[in-house]
Structures are given as structure tokens and as C-alpha cells.
Design a protein around this ligand. Structure first.
Ligand SMILES: Nc1ncnc2c1ncn2[C@@H]1O[C@H](COP(=O)(O)OP(=O)(O)OP(=O)(O)O)[C@@H](O)[C@H]1O
Ligand SMILES: [Mg+2]
Length: 358
């Protein structure tokens, strides 16, 4: 009996470690904890702001969180607090930090974003996460991401006076952007979406970027190019600056891209709480937006076109409403749950590595 106890404790400890995939997008952080029925997914805008004054109220949102850092591996964060995601945009509409402004910010603030994601979930005394993250440039950012995030962090979520949570983070691996989506497609059930044995071409329609990639059999990257045009943000901005919307708003200023993003995602095409429908404006800008990017992407991978069986599309832009037929006409196959594909694939990699303790 006595001999069994330490073993049981050790088992309990390992079973409470959660394999987690983290896609630090320029526009949205995608955070996937665990798999199967108990899987939890969090998506928050990649934004943050430091809180430097007493707060009036505890703010909560599904798309953002507040954490107070008591102590832990990040000495530099001791006794500081932050709003992340939509809370950052609420608190400081114009002055918050947007991770899309500079690729280096994603590595710098990776811990803030992970804690911000946990803040949206029900309280737990202990979070023990085993992470696989993706990065646009693994060579440059791998060590920085590990240094900034791994270790133990004692925080309170929601308010500094709330009960503390201990957050243990172990970074198992930092992989190139797209590796998670590739794995997701290759292990898709009931049928894989791509053939691992052949070359695969993908186009990632992200927030800031649009990236065609050519994969060799088994997923190593042969060619990858960031297109000289932006991703979904260009579409959101075109809508925000559309004369009809600007006229309706009546201030002479462009609309708010966050409000437009939400109206598109919830398929209402309503501009916030205002009595304004922008579906026609969306459709007008969508066609050239998608066609231009797809044409440029195809030209970029032309040399490999004959060797690859298909072109798949992932990233949130591949989940935009009314694009299915357009993609079909362009000979591009959008994958299901396109915005989540990368983080779901990263979670699977984490899950596979966890028992090996790598
Ligand atoms: N289900 C959905 N329906 C409609 N639009 C969606 C959906 N999911 C995501 N999007 C849109 O996709 C965009 C975000 O895409 P994604 O999360 O792939 O970008 P990112 O990873 O943050 O950016 P990047 O890849 O450039 O770093 C947003 O404009 C969002 O509104
Ligand atoms: Mg992305």
C-alpha cells in the first residue's frame, strides 16, 4: 500500500498535464487544450495592454482576459497586470499593442497571450501545460519563445485579489507555421485531406499575411513565400473604408475592422449594434480580394503545380462566408475548421510527444 502511493501521485501528476497547441497568429491567438470530449479551444485577438491604474470593475469576455502576475519565472513581470484580446481593445482602443505590428512582438508577448487565453477559462488552481507552438521564423524566435514562456507563473485572473492560479508551462517544441495544419490535414478522419506520399501545395489566408507553401512528401517545406499583399486585414480595411459605410457612420472616419470582423464571423453582417447591414459591401470587396491573392499564390508555386495533386487552403480566410464556390472555381480546396487547423495539428503533435517526455 505504502509503496503504491508515490506511484499513484506521479500518475496523477502526469495525467493532469494537458497537451496544448498554440498558434500565435498575427491577428488571433488560437489555443487548443487537450483532445476529445474535454477539449477546450480559445481564440483571442492578438492584442494587449498593461494596466497601470486601479480598475473600476472586473471585465470579462470570451475573446480576452485579464491577469495579474504575482511571481514566477518572469521576474520582470512581478506585480504587473495586463489586459489581452478584446479587453485590451476595450480599455485602450487606439493605444494597445497589436502583435501584427511587428513579427518580433509575437515572441516577446507569447506568455502574455497564453495567460490571457487561460483567463477566459473556468478557474483552476493549477494549470500544467505541455506546449507545441508555431512560429513564422523558428530559427530566429525558437529560443526567445522558450525563454519568455516556460517555467512556473503564479497569477490571478480577472482581478489581482482573485484566488491565485499556478501555471506551469513546458515548451516541448516550436515548429514552423503550417506544420500543424499539414499534420491536421494528413490525419483528418475519415479520409485524409492530403496525401503524405506526394507533394502538397497550401495557401494560408491569415490576418496579416497570405502564404503559399510547397511541402515535400512527409511534410518538409520545399518553398514558402509571403505574398506582397496582406491577408484578411486588407479585406476588412476595404470594407471599413467603403464610401457607403463611411457615409452611414457620418464622422468622416473609416469603420472599425474589429466590429466588421465580428459581423462577418457571426454571419449577421451587422455593424455592431448599429442598424447597418454590410453584406453587399462585403461581397463587392470579397471577390477581388480572394481572386488577387489566389492568382498571386498560384503564380508563386507554378513550378510545382504538376507534381502536387491538389492545392489546399487554410487560415481563417479560407473560412470566410460565401467563398466555397469561389475557391472551387479557382481549383483550391478549403479545409474544414480552417482557422483552427494549425492549432489542432499542433495539439496533436504535443499529445504524441507528451508520453515520450520530449
Ligand atoms: N469561422 C470563420 N468565419 C469567418 N471568418 C473567419 C472565421 N475564422 C476566422 N476568420 C477570419 O480569418 C481571419 C483570421 O485568420 P487567422 O486566424 O488564420 O489569422 P492569423 O493566424 O491571426 O494571421 P497570420 O497568419 O497572418 O499571422 C480573421 O479576419 C477572421 O475574421
Ligand atoms: Mg496564421
Amino acid at each position: 500500500m505504502i509503496l503504491m502511493q508515490p506511484k499513484k501521485a506521479a500518475n496523477e501528476q502526469t495525467s493532469s498535464i494537458i497537451a496544448t497547441g498554440v498558434d500565435t497568429g498575427a491577428g488571433l491567438l488560437k489555443f487548443v487544450l487537450g483532445s476529445g470530449q474535454g477539449q477546450q479551444r480559445v481564440r483571442i485577438p492578438a492584442k494587449l495592454v498593461e494596466v497601470r491604474e486601479e480598475l473600476h470593475d472586473e471585465l470579462t469576455s470570451e475573446e480576452g482576459g485579464h491577469f495579474f502576475y504575482h511571481e514566477g519565472s518572469r521576474e520582470d513581470l512581478k506585480n504587473r497586470e495586463f489586459f489581452t484580446g478584446s479587453l485590451a481593445a476595450w480599455k485602450a482602443p487606439t493605444s494597445h499593442i497589436k502583435l501584427s505590428d511587428n513579427p518580433a512582438l509575437k515572441a516577446e508577448y507569447v506568455l502574455h497571450m497564453c495567460l490571457g487565453a487561460l483567463a477566459t477559462l473556468p478557474y483552476r488552481e493549477t494549470w500544467n501545460l505541455y506546449l507545441v507552438l508555431s512560429s513564422h521564423n523558428t530559427q530566429v524566435f525558437r529560443d526567445l519563445v522558450i525563454e519568455k514562456s516556460s517555467g512556473s507563473h503564479i497569477v490571478s485572473f480577472g482581478s489581482k485579489d482573485n484566488p491565485k492560479s499556478k501555471v506551469f508551462l513546458t515548451v516541448s517544441l516550436v515548429v514552423p507555421e503550417g506544420a500543424g495544419s499539414y499534420g491536421y490535414c494528413a490525419s483528418y478522419k475519415p479520409e485524409p485531406l492530403i496525401d503524405r506520399a506526394g507533394q502538397v501545395i497550401s495557401i494560408d489566408y491569415g490576418t496579416s499575411t497570405c502564404i503559399p507553401t510547397v511541402f515535400a512528401p512527409n511534410g518538409k517545406i520545399i518553398h514558402r513565400a509571403v505574398l506582397p499583399v496582406g491577408g484578411c486585414i486588407d479585406l476588412l480595411e476595404a470594407i471599413a473604408q467603403d464610401v457607403e459605410l463611411v457615409k452611414f457612420l457620418g464622422t468622416g472616419r473609416a469603420g472599425d475592422t474589429e466590429i466588421i470582423r465580428q459581423g462577418i464571423e457571426n454571419r449577421s453582417f451587422r455593424y455592431g449594434t448599429r442598424n447597418f447591414q454590410f453584406q453587399q459591401i462585403y461581397l463587392k470587396h470579397l471577390k477581388p480580394w480572394l481572386e488577387d491573392r489566389s492568382r498571386l499564390a498560384r503564380a508563386e508555386v507554378e513550378e510545382w503545380r504538376d507534381a502536387a495533386q491538389s492545392i489546399v487552403a487554410w487560415g481563417g480566410g479560407a473560412a470566410l462566408p460565401f467563398t466555397k464556390e469561389m475557391f472551387e472555381k479557382l481549383g483550391i480546396q478549403p479545409v474544414p475548421e480552417a482557422c483552427w487547423a494549425n492549432s489542432l495539428g499542433l495539439q496533436k503533435i504535443a499529445e504524441a510527444r507528451l508520453p515520450m517526455g520530449k
